[in-house]
Design a protein around this ligand. Structure first.
Ligand code: LMR
Length: 402
């Protein structure tokens, strides 16, 4: 050992990540009956996370046609950027194009972080307001930019729905230019979303108070369908002068490990848009230089080819149909086992997650006694259920709730 300063001796090991740590513990468990309802990945009835057939087909074509692996550039695949934002903004995309600067990012996480870094450069004293609760990685990702974070009320735990009045009146008191992080659909972790009318009311308050929405669109197509899940985003984008949008292709394109996403920033005018694009590129260059190409090139192909696109849309439709039928089965089975309890909220929630109300003690008991893995907050990934694990799962939950 060389003499000198021991650089890393000051470091203490960290506790496992609250979500990814569940996957590690699950993988270590040797029981054949174990069930993973932790990390938010879609699964089919055999517990596999499939690559959609349309994505595989686009990937094969891409590999056949690709003649170089030379650099693409800090903004990534420009066709991907245009098409993914058109998918998100729908009919509004064309009219907003001269105010929108889009950069391909390292997944949705990269978009959230890059967006936060951009705001930090533009207005360093900005306070970011996130829902209480929110996805466990939102605060670390955004807070690492150095911006201050605060929480707005979001969830009515007793009724298991959005505490909309409390949310709205809180947001209606925020200072102008505050950043408000909103989940476009399939709220993570609660599964409780705003209705289209509530989005209208919220957008009116955000516009009137001069707030800036930062919309996280990680589950487009997983709530109801691709357009319905973008209603909130489009309502906001149609009204406010400035908006940030983080898009993830992990779930709906099944491209988790390819880290495919985009950050779109809508500015008040095309002059600001040009400046934003240069800052996005510089921030990317300073952090990781350029995004990985593969996933974005696949998505661009799927979205450009009418028949691949239709096939992919059908595949997303069947994923959401499966999750809805699992919710119905889960609610029915739990009600049969615990007739005094109301489980109707399970089918009102949207997307992969169900905020079950299970406490940390319940979660620990489910893991230790039954090999059922759930995030400590009580968030359940509905997509991890299968018709064959449902009976044992509901028995175990009924047992710990008794
Ligand atoms: C989740 O919430 O489980 C997913 O978004 C995956 C992740 O990175 O945490």
């Amino acid at each position: 050992v060389r003499k000198g300063v021991a650089m890393f001796e000051t470091l203490e090991p960290l506790a496992p990540d609250s979500i990814l740590g569940v996957t590690i513990a699950y993988r270590r468990d040797t029981s054949p009956l174990k069930v993973d309802l932790g990390v938010g990945v879609y699964r089919d009835d055999s517990g596999n996370t499939p690559v959609p057939a349309a994505v595989r087909e686009a990937e094969r074509a891409l590999i056949g046609a690709q003649t170089t692996k030379s650099y693409v550039g800090p903004a990534g695949n420009l066709e991907f950027n245009e098409r993914i934002i058109a998918l998100a903004l729908g009919p509004l995309a064309a009219g907003l194009a001269d105010r929108t600067a889009t950069i391909q990012t390292v997944g949705g996480c990269g978009a959230l972080r890059l967006g936060a870094e951009l705001v930090k450069v533009a207005r360093p004293d900005t306070v970011v307001h996130v829902s209480d609760p929110t996805w466990a990685n939102h605060e670390p990702l955004i807070g690492s930019s150095g911006m201050r974070l605060e929480r707005y009320p979001y969830f009515d735990a007793a009724r298991r729905e959005v505490a909309f009045d409390a949310m709205l009146s809180h947001i209606d008191q925020l200072p102008a230019a505050s950043l408000v992080l909103l989940h476009a659909c399939c709220h993570n972790p609660t599964g409780a979303d705003l209705s289209p009318n509530q989005w209208q009311e919220l957008a009116a308050v955000i516009e009137r108070r001069g707030l800036v929405p930062f919309v996280d669109l990680a589950y487009q197509g997983f709530g109801d369908d691709l357009d319905a899940d973008a209603v909130g985003l489009r309502t906001l984008a149609g009204r406010v002068p400035e908006l940030l949008l983080a898009v993830s292709c992990s779930k709906n394109f099944g491209l988790y490990r390819e880290r495919t996403g985009a950050l779109a920033v809508i500015s008040a005018n095309s002059v600001s848009r040009t400046a934003v694009a240069t800052h996005q590129a510089r921030l990317a260059r300073r952090m990781y230089s350029m995004p990985p190409d593969h996933g974005a090139a696949i998505v661009a192909r799927v979205l450009a080819d009418a028949s691949l696109r239709q096939h992919w849309e059908e595949e997303v439709g069947s994923m959401v149909a499966r999750m809805k039928s699992l919710r119905a089965l889960f609610a029915a089975r739990l009600t049969a086992r615990l007739p005094g309890h109301d489980f109707s909220w399970v089918t009102r929630q949207r997307g992969m997650f169900s905020f079950s109300g299970l406490t940390k003690a319940h979660v620990d008991a489910l893991k230790e006694k039954y090999g059922i893995y759930i995030v400590g907050s009580g968030r359940i990934n509905v997509a991890g259920m299968t018709p064959s694990n449902m009976g044992a799962l509901c028995d175990a939950i009924a047992e710990v709730l008794k």
